[in-house]
Design a protein around this ligand. Sequence first.
Ligand code: A5A
Ligand code: MG
Length: 467
Amino acid sequence: MVENFDEWFHDILEQADITDSRYPIKGMAVWRPYGFQIRKHSMNIIKKLLDKDHDEVLFPLLVPETELAKEGIHVKGFEDEVYWVTKGGKNDLNEHLALRPTSETAIYPMYSLWIRTHIDLPIKMYQIVNTFRYETKHTRPLIRVREITTFKEAHTAHATKEESDEQIQDFIEMYKEFFDDLGIPYLISKRPEWDKFPGSDYTMAFDVIMPNGKTLQIGTIHNLGQTFAKTFDITFEDKDGEHKYVYQTCAGVSDRVIASVIGIHGDDKGLRLPPKVSPKQVTIIPILFKKGKEEVLAKCGEIKETLENAGLRVSIDDRDIRPGKKFNDWELKGTPIKLELGPRDLQNNITIAMRRDEEEKIEIPLDESLANNIIELLDESSKSLSAQALAFQEEHVKFATDLDEVAELVESGNVVKFLWCGDEEVGHEIEEKTGYDVLGIQEEVSEGKCIASGKDAKYTALIAKTY
Ligand code: A5A
Ligand code: MG
């Protein structure tokens, strides 16, 4: 799998019924039922976190050209990626309409109407929508798509810069909680100037290391300062009666979150899903013989009901095929726990549990402790997936002290930490000499020399092979 991760990833999406890339538009795929469930449960986690202090809204997909063009730096960052609607039926449209590549230019003209005084602030809204980017780099399902089907974008406005900086921290904490729930470890860094979101003051990013050593940016948080406020005239009357521009932030995650759940936890047998997002948490596999068939099926039904009453998602695989085939199928689909029940188990009043994250078989008594035992197993399995993923990340972040070493370590599948003076030209030089991308800076340092310029180092930074 590690040897040929991209192929593994592509195959698993088809085999596990996640998406179907045969849809006849490049970069656009169909969510199939099993994938849709994973997506739904993942989005429910982030929605729940956002709903604590954000309002969910829904803006139109189309953005008038005049609005999109208003913020110069922003539009320059996206102009090569915008899809345009230029006709309505047979008529050429006077004003061309962009399919949103992201929604700043759709939302902020409305913020300008809605925000009047300091009482209206802060404003915190989010939507989960599809956005379109005519990506020119190699497209890959979920990872680099042209229709981002699952674009969660949050947009906030504040009275002061301090509050906007706090909002960035809040988003970081929120994303940590989100990714922790999915068992996904992450590297957080501040993107270098040349890689920040077009129009932002600064960008904080979450990256994960995929099994092949390439990093994937799975979430970004941007402090927009007052740039968009000035462009879209978003002002408020402060307590002192003065009219001021707001300070803004935005934050986004996408389909890539699902890609990382699949890629990071999966193994040679298929998916290994964290219980929180697995379509079914428990799959019961009856072992049926002609004799005693009804009794076994009846007991499976009882188990299902007991577990469902305890809040779990459970299914019985009663398809008329060999049990061995069912085991393989559910291994492929990554269901966290399989329960096997045959006539002899029924006699002994037990069921055999198998966790997807490990091979071991465990006997579980069919008594009043059943639901609690299963919940405990799910919890352990969730923790073990997280721990395995974290161990992988820790093994693959290495420190280097010269550029040759950087290149070697990245080539062999690592993310490399190094000391950097922070100068932009030096950053470009590091990227050119190694052939890899600087992800961003992490901590400030007061000792040591820059890996490339030999000047006093200001930061530790990360460099990697990226998607
Ligand atoms: N409005 C802000 C939030 C924004 O658009 N930020 S962003 O451009 O960085 O995109 C947010 C996230 O979407 C990125 O961190 C990345 O995880 C994801 N993303 C960007 N382009 C993508 C693409 N073509 N396919 C899948 N995910 C993408
Ligand atoms: Mg891009």
